[in-house]
Design a protein around this ligand. Structure first.
Ligand code: SF4
Ligand code: SF4
Length: 217
């Protein structure tokens, strides 16, 4: 089985970022032959420009990011091990429990606003897929929890208070985004996610943020 460094290197060749993983336990409820779960996001910064060079980014068909994710994870699985099985956070039901897997990895926590926050990507964390592997991969220990010692600007970054420690008012957010005042969120991405100081060097481009916000709307 490949080492963590080898997996990260192979993943980068597919423009994927190894965001964590864990050795499975019976309580995870996964098939017996799955020994390790590894989680991947798109490699940032620069993913959107890269996607524009890919078939999925040029063919003007729906869901370019999901279609690219399938191709990238399928390729990575073949490169790592014949028994590797790609899994995706889209395309269900049924839906794989990506948020639970993220917490199991120890590299994500629940932020003060209830969203997952990743040790390196902050509130911008986004999983594009996972691999189920039949063998063990020794993983380095997680960093200290990202919110420790942070002044938590995420708590009051939403201009209308739709996403705070009190919860997420999705209808209010959608209504704001649909109006002229929501232009900043629509063009640059959610202000709460952008307020997080963790992972700013790996933030997605404004173009990817716009795509995400349009999909959300
Ligand atoms: S802004 Fe600070 S408290 Fe909020 S999610 Fe980011 S690191 Fe955690
Ligand atoms: S997208 Fe804008 S309105 Fe919606 S939760 Fe984020 S900051 Fe608030």
């Amino acid at each position: 089985m490949a080492t963590e460094a080898e997996v990260a290197h192979l993943a980068a060749g597919f423009h994927l970022d190894l965001l964590g993983g864990f050795a499975t336990e019976p309580a995870d409820g996964l098939p017996e032959e799955v020994a390790t779960v590894l989680l991947f996001g798109a490699l940032e910064p620069g993913f959107w420009d890269y996607l524009a060079t890919c078939p999925e980014g040029r063919d003007r068909q729906p869901d370019p990011v999901d279609r690219w994710s399938r191709r990238a994870l399928d390729g990575l699985a073949r490169a790592i091990h014949p028994g590797a099985r790609p899994r995706f956070p889209f395309g269900g039901p049924p839906h794989d429990p990506f948020p639970a897997w993220a917490l199991r990895s120890g590299r994500c926590r629940i932020s003060p606003v209830g969203l997952l926050v990743h040790e390196s990507c902050g509130l911008m964390v986004s999983f594009r897929g996972a691999l189920w592997l039949p063998g063990a991969v020794a993983l380095s220990p997680p960093f200290p929890p990202p919110c420790e010692g942070c002044a938590a600007p995420c708590k009051d970054a939403c201009p209308i208070g739709a996403l705070t420690p009190a919860g997420y008012d999705v209808p209010a957010c959608r209504s704001w985004l649909a109006g002229a005042e929501g232009h900043a969120c629509m063009s640059e991405g959610c202000a709460v996610r952008r307020a997080c100081p963790v992972g700013r060097d790996r933030s997605p481009s404004a173009a990817r943020a716009r795509h995400h916000m349009r999909s959300f709307l």
